[in-house]
Write a protein that binds this ligand. Structure first.
Ligand SMILES: O=C(O)CCC(=O)C(=O)O
Ligand SMILES: [Fe+2]
Length: 550
């Protein structure tokens, strides 16, 4: 029951629905033909009945008797032929039921409603605009839907937002529901039904804001209360000092200058709680990285063509663009051709796409599924297609690491597709050897941790879906065929928390990614020796690579 977690799956569902729709259309045609025949037959019977005669009275008349004989022969035959020659209604009904077996359930609907609320919050979308059927990201970028949302839709989404602690958004959605209800011809919900929900949402919103503040682990409100009375009450109650603290805290969360990760300021990780990091994450999703980059860094980040790692790249240089130096995060433009991306997607779809889990870094060993990670995935194995092997060679040559032996030097490809509002909240890719995962197995110890992530975007995403590095302040926007890579481990094989990253909610489009994780065990001859054990590795990670001394 997690259909909304993959757009590819939703496309399949859409086709199923269309198929069922066509069946229903032919069913309706058939029913109409049959009802016409039955109607004609019955109209005569009603006519006679309305004459108010008993059976004797009707049949005593020879013309009436003749009509009855005609009806029961020719007339009845016509009804029968219509019922028979136009197929069996129950067959079509059976077909429709069969198709509908794979339709979503109420839980799926709730998931989709909450996803919409989350998207609206993450990108600060205008709810009235959304209700009128416009997904508007900015003045220039908007995506019209086929139809808008009705009052009941908005109320439904508002209730879901409320139940998940998104109180400010709940008020927005429910008041929009009332707005829509007022202008609706075909009332989907009445204003009087909506009003009590609206006042509850406002009351709880203001109450939570006053008692607990605007944000915490499982709630969010607007910075100001809705009710004027609550506003003045709040002002009176809160001491000056408290107010300052709170304002400072809000500023820390919303406007933290991301000093870490640029190699200019500190390289320590900020100590954020999960929800504080989530705020930074969503802000980067909305704003991109430009605002959070210190000006000094801009001149040090380079774009260049690289051909020295392998003769192949003399003919086809790698197009490198750096996003961060500490930790090193960079992209290769046009790394895969369109045809190659299509092969990965179809190989992934040939397997069943499974809901992605998190909390376990070992393929085949389930972690947990939650709205931390809403995507579906499957593993594409090395050796499953000659193009897959070509790409493994290309990746391994471009970063200077051993991808072989299969599943030791690097894992097979994890191909994932995100759903409506699909996202992956900030995490690290390394941690296979950590105790919290239940301790490493012999194999894990031998294979080592995930030293490098090499992630290729298999499709364009029209809006949203960026890969965001919360601690490094880096935002990489998906582009079909482009690859992003970074070093998860320092030279002493300990994890680098500055690599924490996540996938932003997809606002429009279908996001496909393809991960190849290199493990440290096989790289002992490939990795440079570090002067200091905690050095960070910089591209290209071969013996000729630079090490940043920090
Ligand atoms: O989807 C993204 O941009 C990030 C995905 C990711 O971090 C992962 O799969 O580990
Ligand atoms: Fe990741």
């Amino acid at each position: 029951s997690d259909m909304y977690s993959s757009v590819a799956e939703l496309e399949r569902l859409y086709l199923k629905e269309q198929q069922a729709g066509l069946k229903l259309e032919s069913l309706l045609d058939l029913i109409k033909k049959q009802t016409t025949a039955i109607d004609q037959y019955l109209s005569e019977l009603t006519e006679i009945r309305s004459a108010n005669l008993d059976s004797r009275g009707v049949i005593s008349n020879p013309i009436n008797a003749f009509h009855m004989m005609r009806r029961l022969t020719i007339g009845w035959r016509e009804v029968k032929t219509t019922l028979e020659t136009h197929g069996n209604v129950t067959d079509i009904v059976q077909d429709v039921f069969k198709i509908s077996k794979s339709f979503p359930n109420d839980e799926d609907l709730s998931g989709a409603a909450f996803s919409l609320a989350q998207l609206q919050g993450a990108y600060r979308l205008n709810v009235s605009q959304l209700a009128s059927g416009n997904v508007q990201l900015s003045d220039r970028i908007s995506f019209p839907s086929v139809r808008g949302l009705n009052a009941r839709d908005c109320l439904f989404i508002g209730k879901h937002a409320f139940n998940k602690g998104l109180y400010g958004q709940a008020v927005d959605w429910i008041s929009t529901a009332a707005e829509v209800a007022r202008s609706e011809n075909n009332r989907s919900a009445s204003v009087s039904e909506i009003k009590p929900f609206l006042s509850t949402a406002i009351r709880v919103h203001d109450d939570v804001l006053e008692k607990k503040g605007p944000i915490g682990a499982d709630w969010r409100t607007n910075p100001e209360p809705f009710e004027r009375r609550a506003k003045s009450l709040r002002r009176a109650r809160r001491s000056q000092e408290q107010q300052q603290q709170q304002t400072q805290r809000m500023r820390d969360i919303t406007y933290t200058p991301l000093g870490a990760g640029h190699g200019l300021a500190t390289n320590k990780s900020p100590e954020w709680s999960e929800w504080e990091e989530l705020e930074v994450f969503f802000r980067l999703c909305r704003e991109g990285e430009e605002k959070s980059r210190p000006t000094g860094l801009k001149g040090r980040l380079k774009c260049r063509q690289i051909s020295h790692t392998h003769p192949y790249f003399i003919l086809r240089p790698l197009k490198l663009e750096e996003h961060s130096l500490v930790p090193y995060i960079a992209v290769f433009h046009d790394f895969m051709s369109d045809a190659e991306t299509e092969i990965f997607k179809s190989l992934a779809m040939a397997e069943r796409l499974e809901r992605s889990a998190h909390g376990s870094k070992r393929p085949g060993q389930g972690g947990v599924t939650s709205d931390k990670r809403t995507s579906k995935q499957s593993w594409v194995e090395d050796g499953s297609h000659h193009v897959v092997d070509q790409i493994s060679k290309r990746i391994s040559d471009s970063v200077g690491l051993n991808s072989q032996p299969s599943n030791v030097g690097s894992e097979h490809y994890q191909v994932a597709n995100y759903g409506i509002g699909g996202r992956y909240t900030p995490h690290t890719d390394h941690g296979v050897l950590s105790k919290s995962m239940g301790g490493p197995s012999e194999f894990d110890l031998f294979r080592g941790d995930r030293i490098l992530t090499f992630m290729t975007y298999l499709d364009d995403v029209e809006a949203g879906g960026a890969t965001v590095f919360t601690h490094a302040g880096v935002v990489v926007r998906p582009k079909k065929g482009m690859a992003v890579f970074w070093w998860n481990l320092k030279s002493d094989s300990n994890g680098d928390t500055l690599t924490r990253h996540g996938g932003c909610p997809v606002l429009h489009g279908s996001k496909w990614i393809c991960n190849k994780w290199f493990h440290s065990g096989e790289q002992f001859l490939k990795r440079p020796c570090a002067k200091k054990p905690r050095s960070r590795i910089s591209y290209p990670g071969t013996t000729s690579s630079r090490l940043l001394n920090n």
